[in-house]
Design a protein around this ligand. Structure first.
Ligand code: RIB
Ligand code: CA
Length: 311
């Protein structure tokens, strides 16, 4: 069996972040060394509290650290209309007395990366503030980060604005640092996550398979359905699970290496991820972009990961 991949998950839980945590922590391919949290879907206080509740409820104990409470150079934008006032509205799970590391997220990330005998993968499912600060404050880590798998961006437009996807828009400067870092990046934009739609019947099958984590996941998606069906989606897009699933089962995805830059100054386009697809441009690809997914197999993978937690 191949050695487990050391992973740090940086997130802003968030319903779909919770699903990504469930998947990554269930996988026997990944060694989740730490979970770091940023503001995004809700304030940092709420996303950190949600991370504590989620990890405690699913019975996993990775190190947990507090990250940025606002973007590098901007004020925080939150998404209560999607995730509710708590950032994890819907499922009723208890508050949790889960230990938070005294080290700030960026310093814990640096320590883990520096001490790891193998390159560490960063799984990013929220705004990229913590990664932007890490790569700026500790540039030496670049030689020891194996890959970044991130949910963010949109090559054919965004979801938060017509140009920009939420994670990138919240902190476009941090995203620009990440995308220009030279590190291997796998990007899961809304172009693929909007294809990774889970349908009502599949949520009911997930609930019916039983087990506390399967039922929890179904209840997370129940709430996630509300905003998205009101927007006219046929189901709920599994945004963050795509970035986790690529680490677990990359064969589910169709990818294309592209040159992608992040707009940080446009009056209408700030947060846009612009791919140069002109064959004659000579633009050097910096990102491996997931453009399609085997949807049904992704849903089966989510169900298997949930079932792995048992009753
Ligand atoms: O645009 C979707 C992304 O924004 C997801 O990561 C979701 O959790 C929110 O953070
Ligand atoms: Ca997220």
């Amino acid at each position: 069996m191949a050695p487990k991949i050391p992973v740090i998950i940086d997130c802003d839980p968030g319903h779909d972040d919770a699903l990504a945590l469930i998947m990554a922590l269930a996988s026997d391919k990944l060694d989740v060394r730490a979970v770091t949290v940023t503001g995004g879907n809700q304030t940092l206080a709420k996303t950190l509290n949600n991370a504590k509740r989620i990890l405690s409820y699913i019975g996993k104990r990775p190190l947990l650290a507090r990250g940025a409470d606002k973007p590098m150079f901007r004020e925080l934008t939150i998404a209560p209309q999607v995730h509710g006032d708590s950032g994890l509205d819907g499922p009723v799970i208890p508050q949790a007395d889960y230990p938070v590391e005294p080290l700030p997220a960026v310093d814990l990330m640096r320590r883990i990366i520096a001490e790891s005998p193998a390159p560490v993968t960063l799984l990013a499912t929220g705004p990229l503030t913590n990664l932007g600060i890490l790569l700026t404050a500790y540039p030496e880590v670049r030689s020891q980060v194996g890959r970044i798998s991130l949910m963010g961006g949109g090559l054919g437009g965004g979801n938060w604005t017509s140009a920009a996807e939420f994670n990138i828009l919240v902190d476009p400067e941090a995203a620009a640092i990440v995308f220009s870092s030279g590190l291997p990046i796998t990007m899961c934009p809304v172009d693929v996550t909007h294809k990774a739609m889970i349908m009502r019947s599949e949520v009911e099958a997930l609930r019916a398979q039983g087990g506390r984590v399967s039922v929890f996941a179904a209840e997370l998606i129940d709430f996630f359905f509300k905003f998205h069906t009101a927007q006219g989606f046929p189901g709920a897009p599994l945004h963050d699970p795509c970035a986790a699933a690529w680490l677990i089962a990359p064969e589910l995805f169709t990818v294309q290496d592209l040159s992608v830059t992040v707009e940080t100054r446009g009056e209408h386009t700030t947060g846009m991820t612009l791919a140069d697809r002109r064959p004659w441009s000579g633009a050097k690809p910096n990102v491996s972009v997931c453009l399609d997914v085997k949807r049904e197999e992704l849903i089966r993978l989510l169900a298997r990961c949930c079932a792995a937690y048992g009753d």
